[in-house]
Structures are given as structure tokens and as C-alpha cells.
Design a binder for this molecule. Sequence first.
Ligand code: URA
Length: 269
Amino acid sequence: MVEGSEAEAARALLRWYAEMGVDEAVAPSPADLYSWTRADPGSAPRIETVRAAPEPEAAAVEPAALSTDEAIKAAETAAVACKSFEELEAAVKAFEGCPLKAGAKNTVFTDGVPGADLLVIGEAPGRDEDLLGKPFVGRAGQLLDRMLAAISRSRTENVLISNVIFWRPPANRTPTALETAVCRPFVDRLIEITDPKAVLIAGGAPLQALLGLTGIMRARGVWREIETMGGKRYPALPTYHPAFLLRQPAGKRLAWADLQSLNARLKEH
Ligand code: URA
């Protein structure tokens, strides 16, 4: 029986694991860690077994049958052919060129109002998003909803939300440059078809994927332009990812300034 502060420490550790994306058992069978004590070194190898077990969740993903160049070409061809939001959604769901799809439960395309004047683009689905097939539905998503509400925006009325990656990366790792390159034609087409007045770029990974920039600390709050594969340009504002703000609430002051800038821009026209 674990009590008091030990139980709280164990809960805190589990919460931390879940936040880091370690939310599934990796050992083939459960290990009863309580049966092992320091006074009973004979049972210690059970723990070694757990530690030594390979971590399929975090392992590199096997390359898909297509080479990356072929996958990017296939994505471009499929994306360009789409003339509507619905066609694009179907094309993303049918696309087999991104190896992340093999490990995901669902394709996570968008949530919100297609054609809204504000498009928010984040990084990639996490566990909750993968389970529900919708972007930003976990804790970070709830904070994003509150941030948007502060400027009278909501996904039920006047925002569309998506990511630069449509399938959950193993153990929530940051998507690789090749994975974002494969998804990019669909993201570009999403921007072109929904034609927002402004794109809010949430976090460092979409900053890199959409603008080729690193360093969200420096880049946030500065208006830029996303150029799509069709050669169109869209105003884009990088800001902190809500998951970062959950860990670093001090950043909310600057994120608030970014939201004010976004709101002013949206009201300009
Ligand atoms: N973080 C993201 O970047 N996107 C999601 O959909 C969820 C969490």
C-alpha cells in the first residue's frame, strides 16, 4: 500500500510521463515493481527486463514504400487536384505516403469552420487528438480555446484549426523535416482553399515547417508571410505553442500581446 506523499509522487510521475507522451506500456507483460525491494535483490532482474525492453513507441519509423521524394511528389499531385475542402480532407485521409500513418489510430485533419478568416496551425496530433481524430483536444487544446476566446474566437464559430502533420508521431516526438515536407503540400492546399486573412503559427515546429525559421522566442510576435506551393502569400503570425505555455505560464504575457496583434490585423479589413 502506497500512502501520502509517496502516492502523490507516484501520481506526479505518471502525469509527467503522460505529458511526455509515454502513455502506453512498452514491456510485453506487466511488471509488479512492488514485489521487488532492495532487500530482495533476487527479483531485481525483472526491473532490468523492463529497462532493457525496446521502446517501439519511440523507435524510428520504418521508411514507407515510397522514397521521400516520391512521397512529396505524390502529395503535391494529390493536393493540387483538390478543388474543395471536402476533396482535400478525403485526399489527406487516403494518402499513404507518410510513414507516421502506420502507427496512428486516426488521421487528424482539421477542426472548426472551413473558410473562417483565422487559421491556426500547430505541430502534430498527440495522444488525445489521435484517439478522437481532431486537432488540439487535449490540455494544450483547452488552453488554445481559452486563448482564442480572449479575442472572441472559437472553433464552433470563426476559427479553423489544423497541424503541419496529420498523424501522431511516436511518443509525441517532434516531427522530422522529411515528415513535414511530405505533409506540406496538403497544408499549403488547405491554406489556399480556406483562404484565411491570417494564419496563427503555434510553436517552433510549424514555424520551421511553414517559414523555414528556427527560434520561436525571437520569431514570435513578428508578422511574416507564408508562401504556398501555388505561389500565394498569406499573413502569418508565429506565437508560443499552448503546450509551452502550460509549462511556462510566464510566456502568456507575450502570447497575449501576439493575440492582440492578431485581433487587430483581423479587424483591419
Ligand atoms: N499539439 C499540437 O501541436 N497539435 C495538436 O493537435 C495537439 C497538440
